[in-house]
Every structure is written in C-alpha cells, then in structure tokens.
Design a protein around this ligand. Sequence first.
Ligand SMILES: [Fe+2]
Ligand SMILES: [Fe+2]
Length: 135
Amino acid sequence: MAIFIWQDKYSVRVKETDEQHQKLIEILNELASAMSRGKGREVLQATLENMVIYTKQHFNEEEKYFDDLDYPEADQHRLEHKKLMEQVLTFQAEYEAGRVNMTVEIILFLKDWLIKHISETDKVFGQAMNKAGKF
Ligand SMILES: [Fe+2]
Ligand SMILES: [Fe+2]
C-alpha cells in the first residue's frame, strides 16, 4: 500500500534533492506497507531504522549547502529538521523499548510533515539553490 505517491508538484527544482525526497517517500511507503501487512516488530524496526538513517543523511545533504547560499531561512530550516529528528528518535527509542506500537497515526504524521516541509521550506531552499545556479 503506497500511502504517498510522488507528484511533480512536490518538486523543488533541484534534481538531487528531489531524488532524495523520492527515496524518503519510498521508505515511508515501505513502512506503511510493512505495517498494513502485519509484519513483525523486527521488520518494522529495521524499516524505521532505515528511515532514521536516510532522513539524517538527507537533512545533512541539504544543510551542507546552507552556508554557501545566500539563504536567509537557514536557521529556521535547520530548526525544522532538528525538531523532526528529535521526535522521530524519541519515537524510535519508545518503539524499540516496546512501549509504543507502530500506528497509522505515526505514518500519517510523517507523511504530513514531509508534504508540508517539502512544499514550503524545501521549496524556498530550492529557489535559493536555483539562484546560485544549482538545479
Ligand atoms: Fe528535504
Ligand atoms: Fe529540508
């Protein structure tokens, strides 16, 4: 079950960033489908781990450009990444400790966060990248 289908409206007009977002969406879809198929905790835990690792990597990839760009939104953008990472890491720790379950609400929270962040914050980043000649 793909709960999140990539569409052109999510493009930030920077190829590598779009590709990373597509990969994130793919992992989120894997998590959703593992959950809906009733896969065991080990599978869900491994997929969640994948998501955490890839999200960290992706945030670092975006942030490494911040200093080079004339990018007034850098602090706010970094803060959004940091907050989400903290929330996800907290959830991961709780999940691994067996204190919470993977739920549709968690998946939808991640989906909504991604849509909002890509559509608003990352689009502004994409514009700054384009201005610097990166597409
Ligand atoms: Fe992003
Ligand atoms: Fe971002």
